[in-house]
Write a protein that binds this ligand. Structure first.
Ligand code: NAD
Length: 497
């Protein structure tokens, strides 16, 4: 089957919503402006997405505020709220096949990934925070005998969420699930490259019983809709996942407007460190490859800097390159494909320009380095490995967000720690060693929000996720995420004699 035929077939099996979802209904942007929504699989058009701007954001924030004040969700009994969210999670499960297809059509990651990971993890996140609703207690302080001090958490009010395209629905769910569980109303601005699953999910939430106005979704360009949301005077908190450059703007918008609470999950340039005493050569080589080639490297925690001890580097890189050469880009809609498309033409060109820069700065290309499947009309880049990289080179310092590994040699443990931490980012890091002392020392020394020992990308909804340094602040996942969506209030009650 040609790529065009498989896209046409998949389009027949999904519901494509293109309007903004405000106060429980879809509607076009007020300006009437639209933007083409293309699939990167073959470059064809999926629909015309509403290009919303500040006036649509005003409406969505007003709907969210009205629902919050009305209290239909905020004051609902905890167990009733939990049951709505459990029904919402079930809706995701019931529509998982469609949502997986839609995600793959919209952003080009393999259907195998959206089916096995993205969509089930969304249902898991909603279920996890649903269950927290009637299980997390407030606190009583150690007050004197003649008083009672209560430390209670209250919802922030209206939360704005600006999210990226790489895990479009999953990153959104890490925001809207804890925000809803804590009783907030929310406006989500999905990435312009991949908005379809979030729009479809808003209607599933309503079908599950979420009152109207509580979850609103406004598609549009970041510089228009995203900026308007972050600058809005009636938004109490803005939670963001995306690049560090835009994260800095978001922080500024918070300061320029109403000092809204800001939480940022930003980029990364994560080191995966392989010591000569690595306990499992093959597992480490697989992790080195998949740590960066999964979802074509469009992963914030991608292991883009591969630090290998010089004594084993030649053999190790040969094995990683062999794995990479076996990885052929293919039709993302084919369930057997494990390496799909870049999200769009612009991202493909960005990645290719970094590859050119790597070669120009003297790194040695040992595999990949070119566009693939050009005849499909889609946007594909072959898995790429550079050897001989100096950590000062652009490809070792800047986030490429594509399937490009920079291999860097090191002599000893201290050298590895120094290079590993020599970055503005601090999202993730990993170390492979048989020595328990080195493992613990590395875990404590590496400045990153996630440190993996003898694995890459171990994760669970129960553990916090986020970065140090310019990878942002605030944590998604786990019960710690609830802090972002609640105000702490102290209530002190003096007891009469
Ligand atoms: P991006 O920063 O370009 O866009 C993210 C979102 O911000 C989009 O919705 C976009 O429309 C919006 N935006 C853009 N300009 C804006 C502006 N001026 N004002 C308000 N909103 C604006 O990022 P991207 O390309 O969509 O995603 C890739 C980035 O996301 C990478 O840097 C990646 O590392 C990061 N990411 C981080 C995490 C994490 O948890 N730390 C997870 C996934 C992705």
């Amino acid at each position: 089957m040609s790529f065009a035929e498989s896209v046409a077939r998949a389009k027949g099996r999904v519901t494509i919503r293109t309007g903004a979802f405000i106060n429980g209904a879809f509607r076009p942007s007020k300006s009437g402006e639209t933007m083409a929504c293309l699939t990167p699989i073959d470059g064809s058009e999926l629909g015309q997405l509403s290009a919303c701007d500040a006036s649509d954001i005003d409406d969505a924030v007003a709907a969210a505020r009205a629902s919050f004040e009305a209290g239909h969700w905020r004051t609902m009994a905890p167990r009733a709220k939990r049951d709505v969210m459990l029904a919402f999670a079930q809706k995701i499960d019931d529509n998982a096949e469609e949502l997986a297809l839609l995600e793959t059509l919209d952003m080009g990651k393999p259907l195998a990934n959206t089916t096995r990971a993205d969509i089930p993890l969304v249902a898991q996140a909603i279920r996890y925070y649903a269950e927290a609703i009637d299980k997390v207690n407030d606190e009583l302080g150690p007050s004197p005998h003649n008083a009672v001090s209560m430390i209670v958490r209250e919802p922030m009010g209206v939360v704005g969420a600006v999210v990226p395209w790489n895990f479009p629905l999953l990153m959104a769910s890490w925001k809207f699930a804890p925000a809803l569980a804590t009783g907030n109303s929310i406006v989500v601005k999905p990435a312009e490259q991949a908005s379809l699953t979030m729009l479809r999910t808003a209607e599933l939430a309503m079908e599950a019983g979420l009152p109207e106005g509580v979850l609103n979704v406004v598609p549009g360009l970041g510089e228009k809709a995203g900026k308007a949301l972050a600058l809005h005077m009636d938004v109490d908190a803005i939670v963001f996942t995306g690049s560090t450059a835009v994260g800095k703007l978001i922080m500024g918008y918070g300061a320029q407007s109403n000092l809204k609470r800001v939480a940022l999950e930003c980029g990364g340039k994560s080191p995966q460190i392989v010591m000569e005493d690595c306990p499992d050569f093959e597992a480490a080589a697989q992790a080195a490859a998949w740590g960066v080639f999964y979802d074509q490297g469009q992963v914030c925690t991608a292991a883009t800097r591969l630090l290998v001890q010089n004594s084993i580097k030649k053999d190790f890189l040969e094995r990683v390159a062999a794995i990479a050469k076996d990885l052929k880009p293919g039709d993302p809609l084919d369930p057997d494909t494990s390496f799909g498309a870049m999200v769009d033409e612009a991202q493909m060109n960005t990645v290719l320009s970094y590859i050119n820069k790597g070669e120009a700065e003297g790194a040695k290309l040992i595999c990949g380095g070119e566009r693939a499947l050009g005849q499909s009309g889609g946007f594909y880049v072959a898995p790429t490995i550079f050897d001989g990289v100096d950590n000062k080179m652009t490809i070792a310092q800047e986030e490429i967000f594509g399937p490009v590994v920079s291999a860097i040699g090191f002599d000893d443990f201290e050298d590895a720690m120094r290079i590993g931490n020599d970055t503005i980012y601090g999202l993730a890091a990993g170390v492979w060693t048989s020595d328990i002392d080195k493992a613990h020392r590395a875990a404590r020394t590496l400045r990153a929000g996630n440190v993996w020992v003898n694995c890459w990308d171990g994760s669970d909804i129960t553990t916090p996720f986020g970065g140090f340094k310019q990878s942002g602040f605030g944590r998604d996942r786990s019960l710690h995420a609830l802090d972002k969506y609640t105000e702490l209030k102290t209530i002190w009650i003096e007891l009469r004699k």
